[in-house]
Design a protein around this ligand. Structure first.
Ligand SMILES: Nc1ncnc2c1ncn2[C@@H]1O[C@H](COP(=O)(O)OP(=O)(O)O)[C@@H](O)[C@H]1O
Ligand SMILES: [Mg+2]
Length: 273
């Protein structure tokens, strides 16, 4: 299959969305790697989520090579999840619109992380009428903890809005910062375990385990995983995905992803190792 080429029209339409260069053409979103192996992270994590019964929709990502300014680049693609007339409203936009531009000060004034998580979940529920938003948010935090995704800021939490103003749950998107993919911050010369223990969970800059247990204590556990799927993906899928990256990095990438999964798995399953 030939690599899709990025056009000038696509750049103009999508340049304000997120950090990674991306565009949508013929119902497919293309997103280029920026700081490391983001595409591998998206594909590896979304593949595992697709194996499990997840109570909310998730976006499926695929590896993709693309021609951009005459160069072959690595990235990922995903099917456009927006139905006609629908739009993505990020939590940041929602809070700015309904709470006010000082919503950050409101969050900062709360006395504990537990109250911040509760406030976010209940405020979005109140605005949108999505009564399971606390469960949805907890699932996001569970997924982020499992894959060590430290990029769940308020623009990576979203709802859908239909043309007549109703709200719905947004398919879970953007796991690109998972599994230590940002090699500019998470450098190859630092041991994966050290990198992992230095990460803080967004959006409230918490320790991942504390965020996980706090959200679960409020809204229950929603991510039920199968260890055998993780082991199989590490063994078979991961080397296939790593082959998109320079040969000198492949061993490191596989070690880092394996380290994240082996460190985080015990938080989610009690099966024998
Ligand atoms: N598959 C998709 N369907 C619909 N919109 C998408 C899709 N992928 C990305 N987008 C849009 O692009 C925005 C940024 O995407 P994201 O994956 O968060 O990029 P980044 O990794 O650069 O932050 C999303 O908020 C959404 O509006
Ligand atoms: Mg994003």
């Amino acid at each position: 299959m030939s690599a899709p080429a990025k056009t000038a029209k696509a750049i103009a339409v999508t340049s304000s969305k997120g950090n990674q260069e991306k565009w949508c053409e013929n119902g497919i979103w293309y997103k280029l790697d920026l700081f490391g192996y983001e595409a591998l992270a998206e594909v590896f994590c979304s593949y595992l989520l697709s194996k499990w019964e997840i109570p909310f929709p998730t976006v499926s990502y695929h590896m993709q090579t693309m021609t951009v300014d005459g160069r072959i680049r690595t990235g990922c693609s995903s099917a456009d999840f927006l139905a006609p007339g629908h739009s993505v409203i990020t939590a940041a936009q929602l809070l700015r619109r309904y709470v006010g531009s000082d919503y950050r000060a409101v969050i900062a004034s709360l006395p504990s992380d537990k109250q911040r998580i509760y406030w976010l979940a209940e405020t979005v529920t109140h605005i949108t009428g999505l009564t399971d938003f606390g469960s949805y948010l907890t699932l996001l935090f569970e997924i982020d903890t499992l894959f060590a995704n430290d990029d769940r800021h308020l623009n990576n939490i979203a709802v859908l809005q239909t043309a007549d103003g109703r709200f719905d749950y947004c398919p879970i998107f953007d796991l690109g910062a998972s599994v230590l993919s940002n090699t500019q911050v998470c450098r190859y010369d630092i041991a994966p375990r050290a990198l992992l223990s230095s990460l803080r969970a967004a959006p409230f800059s918490m320790n991942f385990t504390r965020m996980l247990h706090t959200a679960q204590s409020l809204y229950g556990a929603h991510l039920h995983i199968c260890r055998a799927d993780v082991d199989a993906a590490l063994q078979t899928l991961l080397p296939e995905l790593a082959a998109y990256y320079p040969a000198r990095d492949r061993g490191d990438i596989c070690d880092r992803v394996s380290c994240v999964m082996k460190t985080r798995l015990p938080l989610f399953c009690t099966e024998n190792v």
